[in-house]
Design a protein around this ligand. Sequence first.
Ligand code: GUN
Length: 296
Amino acid sequence: MQIIDGKKIAGEIKAELKATTERWLREGKRPPHLAAVLVGSDGGSETYVAHKMKACEQTGFQSTLIRFDSRVSENELLERIARLNADEDVDGFIVQLPLPPHIDERKIIETIDPAKDVDGFHPVNAGRMMIGLPCLLPATPAGIMELLRRCRIETAGKRCAVLGRSNIVGKPIAMLMAQKTQSGNATVTICHSRTKDLADVTRQADIIIAAMGQPEMLTADMVKDGAVVIDVGTTRTPSADAKSGWKLKGDVKFDEVAPKCSYITPVPGGVGPMTIVSLLNNTLQAASLKRSSCNS
Ligand code: GUN
């Protein structure tokens, strides 16, 4: 059994990104620039955005954090997005989700210029991904695919169970795993809250990608010997041992599932760090495309 060290692999990718940024600087170009819009002060969102900004610093990317009070109006937010779309100095930006209930998330996402949509959430990017055209991929699925590639895990012809059907992870990762690409070509089953006899599906799977957001729901009896298990869950659960009062729990009951696996990702330190480097990679891609289209 091999525990996939997502933090180490993400560190290697950060070093590659930093080398690219340094080359750009030597060539007289400015570094890639990622902006993040954060509405309110939800603890999880604060942490995620802080990690994204820190990763920019580590790789020499420029970053800008734009904060709004949770009472910001939808119009004010839309107006700020329009300005980011038009800002030549910003290569890509994200609007951290979730947003307060009075703001229509879909409307916000659809206002982002698809060329700057480094989260890959805009319908244009989602649609292009679906038919295999070049696009900005959502960061978590892109990070999972990169982990599988870097660990040389065979996917072609394998049975893959994706647990969860969110727009951010479940649906796009299912599509990427099934696509006719080097790290795709799997036979994919998407499972969700209405799936009957989930364990029957997971026990047949060579690769399980758990993205339900239900702590420790995947237990040893649901996994066949030698399976590859990718845990996307990150639920904050109360913990008396932790200084913060909480700890992150994945969707997999790690201690009992790990001994059965050929490969497994831990939480934290598995998929999470890969999501962040994929976001940076998308920003680099957005910056490169912009420059090639205006010959600068
Ligand atoms: N909230 C949870 N995950 C994400 C993400 O990948 N991007 C954004 N913008 N918000 C999120």
